[in-house]
Design a binder for this molecule. Structure first.
Ligand code: HEC
Length: 121
């Protein structure tokens, strides 16, 4: 009887744990992730505004780095630190500082935008 109870508690535990922290975007980054014709205004700046602007607005300017507007971002797109930092590549400061990586789809969009020549579109 006790064994049966323990067995059922275990089964209940296994089925009820596990899914809480799973988000669809982390589990299936490729699904619904379009990296065609990535736009600076509609894709890249919003990603920055969500995850980076608290520290890298013109006013905050942490690390003397501003990511507000195309001209400002272009500098770090060109020198490789924008992509290196969001991908947590060695040799770059991992960004966002103190947090986990931004989602794979956002990183893929940034990479695609840089590969397209970082247009102001
Ligand atoms: C909590 C504050 C904070 C957030 C959020 C943050 N950064 Fe930073 N970032 C810093 C500081 C401080 C530095 C300078 C010190 C350093 O390089 O670690 C820095 C440095 C950088 C650098 C220069 C890296 C290098 O290797 O030279 C880049 C590029 C950068 N950040 C981009 C970003 C991007 C893109 C995001 C959002 C995905 C972001 N940061 C989010 C604080 C932040």
């Amino acid at each position: 009887m006790y064994r049966l109870l323990i067995f059922f508690s275990l089964v209940t535990f296994i089925f009820s744990s596990g899914c809480y922290y799973d988000s669809e975007e982390d589990l299936y980054p490729a699904a619904n992730c379009s990296t065609d014709a990535v736009s600076f205004a509609n894709d890249i700046q919003p990603i920055i505004n969500n995850s980076c602007i608290v520290c890298h607005s013109t006013v905050a300017n942490l690390g003397n780095i501003t990511l507000e507007g195309h001209t400002a971002v272009l500098k770090y797109a060109n020198d490789g630190t924008f992509l290196g930092s969001v991908k947590h590549l060695s040799g770059y400061s991992a960004m966002p500082q103190g947090s986990s990586k931004i989602n794979d789809c956002s990183i893929a969009k940034i990479e695609s935008w840089i590969n397209a020549g970082s247009p102001n579109n």
